[in-house]
Design a protein around this ligand. Structure first.
Ligand SMILES: Cc1cc2nc3c(=O)[nH]c(=O)nc-3n(C[C@H](O)[C@H](O)[C@H](O)COP(=O)(O)OP(=O)(O)OC[C@H]3O[C@@H](n4cnc5c(N)ncnc54)[C@H](O)[C@@H]3O)c2cc1C
Length: 428
């Protein structure tokens, strides 16, 4: 504790996602004065966002107000604000309304943004999934596609199967494709009478030779097989060349779509660039072993924004678990400074990787152990409920999943944004 009359060092954390939140928790009730800045008032549990997009869960079940999560600690304050500038020399961050916040230590944990590989105009036709707003927007577009098809079938007799395209065969693309298949085959099947929702074509496009390229070939093959059992067409070596309203071009062929979703890439927050530090090819800040920025021992960059090969020689992955561990380590290193002890190097503990493929289907890897099918799915469910922030959310998600399991129905298939964002699809 600082001597009486001395001010506690000010620690500013930018971002209340996985990294920032775990850093804040590790600093709670310590002899530091912590300000957590986020442009949203809530922490979002991104791994379950696709369930909001699919109407299984509602937004309040995967997000929690930061103020409520952190309020028990008296040395923590949560402020709503978007950071738009960093003056590392003056040790201040600047907010979008012009206010400045001073720090002795800064932890940058602003995560990722959507990346359309320089084709930002695609964003309007192929929304990505990153925030609660994205998930609610996708849910509306998805349900509107079914509603439009039902209306057309009634009014003009058109009964062509719906066509959904998901671009990107990483975990998010696989989850979305499997969940849309579940929605069309199970949850919505009895709700429409003019169209047969089970006939919907769901195509997953991946530019590389296999889906889930971060997992082993074995898991990737099993995930593809599970998707195909659900009726998803897995199209590998299929780089999408153009995305337009109602259609995409793949391998020089136009494909009509009722909804296109983007799961093909994210890039780190641009805040990292403002530090003037060295960056890797993905524009992540190359941090030291203690997670600080070279030349700025008082600035730590963690989570998706940071690039590091850790003290064990492991390249730290852009996963939630890594962000949490880095948040805790950055906090520990600040406290070690204050205690006059040397800083520790960060060592990533790999607790495995998993991807869910749909109802009862998933793949999981823990070192040499590879699981798939219902066992992997059960494990995936337990881990995700356990990691959710707050007992209320855990209880609500358990209740919702048990209901969905028993009834084979989604939780809240509501269209809350009735503006029809996309024109009808192109004729084939
Ligand atoms: C759909 C989806 C599914 C995923 N599924 C998994 C999974 O199953 N398992 C897994 O391990 N990982 C998963 N991930 C990846 C995981 O969520 C990220 O690796 C992790 O969130 C990175 O943590 P972070 O703290 O760096 O950033 P985030 O958790 O993204 O937090 C960043 C925070 O910074 C705030 N912020 C951003 N810019 C500013 C600014 N300028 N000013 C103020 N605040 C700002 C944001 O509002 C946000 O709260 C998934 C990601 C997505 C998008």
């Amino acid at each position: 504790m600082p001597a009486s009359g001395m001010q506690s060092p000010r620690v500013v954390i930018v971002g209340g996602g996985f990294g920032g939140l775990y850093a804040a928790k590790a600093l709670s009730n310590e002899a530091v004065d912590v300000t957590l800045l986020d442009r949203k008032n809530h922490h979002t549990f991104q791994p379950l966002l696709y369930q909001v997009a699919l109407g299984v869960l509602s937004p309040g079940e995967v997000a929690s107000p930061l103020r409520q999560i952190l309020h028990p600690a008296r040395n923590l304050r949560t402020l709503l604000g978007e950071v738009v500038g960093i003056d590392a020399a003056a040790r201040t961050v600047r907010l979008s309304d012009g206010e400045a916040v001073a720090y002795e230590y800064l932890i940058l944990a602003a995560g990722a943004r959507h990346a359309y590989f320089g084709r930002d105009e695609w964003a309007h036709h192929a929304p990505g999934l990153k925030t609660i707003e994205d998930a609610v927007g996708i849910r509306s577009r998805l349900l509107l596609a079914f509603e439009r098809a039902e209306r057309q079938a009634h009014l003009s007799g058109r009964r062509e199967p719906l066509s959904f395209a998901i671009i990107g065969g990483g975990p998010t693309g696989v989850e979305l494709a499997g969940a849309i298949a579940d929605l069309a085959r199970l949850a919505l099947a009895k709700d429409f009478n003019a169209i047969n929702t089970k006939q919907a074509r769901i195509r997953l496009f991946e530019g590389g030779p296999r889906i889930l390229s971060a997992l082993s070939e074995d898991s990737s093959r099993k995930a593809a097989r599970q998707l195909e059992q659900l009726g998803v067409e897995v199209c590998t070596e299929s780089l999408v060349q153009t995305v337009e309203s109602g259609r995409i071009k793949v391998r020089d062929e136009w494909i009509a779509t009722d909804l296109t979703l983007w799961a093909s890439g994210v890039a780190p927050s641009l805040l990292g660039k403002m530090l003037g530090a060295a960056m890797d090819r993905s524009v992540r800040v190359l941090v030291e072993q203690d997670l600080s920025v070279p030349g700025h021992r008082e600035v730590f960059v963690i989570g998706y924004m940071a690039a590091l090969v850790d003290a064990n020689g492991t390249p730290v992955p852009g996963l939630a678990a890594a962000a949490m561990q880095e948040g805790q380590q950055a906090a520990r290193n600040i406290l070690r400074d204050l205690q006059g002890r040397p800083r520790e190097s960060f060592r990533y503990t790999d607790r495995g990787s998993m991807a869910t493929v749909g109802h009862h289907r998933a793949v999981a890897e823990f070192g040499r152990w590879h699981l798939s099918g219902i066992l992997a799915w059960l494990l995936w469910s337990i881990v995700h409920v356990f990691l959710l922030i707050g007992f209320r959310n855990r209880a609500a998600v358990m209740r919702q999943w048990m209901w969905a399991y028993a009834t084979r129905k989604g939780g809240s298939p509501l269209i809350t944004d009735c503006q029809q964002p996309e024109a009808a699809r192109h004729a084939k």
